[in-house]
Design a binder for this molecule. Structure first.
Ligand SMILES: Nc1ncnc2c1ncn2[C@@H]1O[C@H](COP(=O)(O)OP(=O)(O)OP(=O)(O)O)[C@@H](O)[C@H]1O
Ligand SMILES: [Mg+2]
Length: 229
């Protein structure tokens, strides 16, 4: 009804701009808060990724994941392959994209989490676990980086995957260990099968084959230093 009053038009337009501005500010504060709570330590995107460096990478499947349709569908993604090929970069970029789309995300450096988890106070542990189970997207980065995980960490991993599976909530796992060896790293083949069975039920499998970007950097630095000496 107010809109019908012609004389109020400039006032209403200004009011609407102020409201929109306030809504935008609230939205970016929410996104920043979600980022702070996610455990991510860098805001990576696909823009910094050089797809020409390793032409065999599953580029299309990565962009497909970046649409976040897999989160709505409750699907998982397993990014497996050689060290330094960008698995963690892509997982972090998808996680950050999900945060920008207002999703709740938990990012975990898996080894570090399992080491610290057992040592942290019970109340803190409970809050963290609840967030990990409830969030829209869980990223377990660099699983089995140190080849073995503490004894009770295997059971914890199994419980987390099982809970999220029951709730149809998405998990991204990155690892440079082939799934056939997970039983050995867990020291329990049945547990490995139980975990993989749930993870892979509705899953995008991406293989990262190629050269290490870290070594490229190291080689370039070495070449520069040799030249300047
Ligand atoms: N194609 C690329 N373009 C730009 N940066 C890249 C590319 N591939 C990797 N990087 C960078 O190289 C570093 C190592 O990549 P990343 O940690 O994603 O590798 P990874 O596959 O997870 O390795 P790992 O198996 O050892 O965990 C990161 O800083 C990442 O941003
Ligand atoms: Mg990694």
């Amino acid at each position: 009804m107010l809109q019908a009053q012609g004389t109020n038009q400039p006032f209403l337009e200004t009011l609407s701009l102020i409201l929109q501005d306030e809504l935008d500010r609230r939205q970016s504060r929410l996104i920043e808060r979600r980022y702070q709570q996610s455990g991510l330590e860098e805001k990576l995107t696909f823009a910094e990724f050089d797809w020409s460096f390793n032409p065999k990478l599953p580029r299309q499947a990565c962009f497909q994941l970046q649409t976040l349709a897999f989160i709505a569908a409750g699907e998982n993604a397993l990014l497996i392959g050689k060290p330094g090929t960008g698995k963690s970069h892509i997982a972090k970029a998808i996680a950050y994209q999900a945060i920008r789309q207002s999703h709740k995300v938990q990012y975990i450096e898996t080894d570090d989490f399992f080491q610290r988890h057992a040592l942290s106070p019970a109340a803190q542990r409970e809050v963290r676990l609840r967030n990990i189970i409830d969030c829209d997207l869980l990223v377990l980065d660099d699983l089995f980086l140190s080849r073995t995980i503490p004894d009770d960490a295997g059971a914890l991993l199994q419980a987390l995957i099982h809970q999220r599976y029951k709730l149809h909530r998405s998990v991204i796992v990155t690892s440079n260990r082939v799934v056939q060896d997970w039983g050995a790293y867990l020291n329990d083949n049945t547990m490995s099968t139980t975990i993989l069975d749930r993870l892979m039920h509705h899953c995008h499998l991406l293989e990262f084959d190629g050269r290490s970007y870290r070594l490229k950097h190291a080689a370039e630095t070495l070449a520069r230093e040799t030249k300047s000496n």
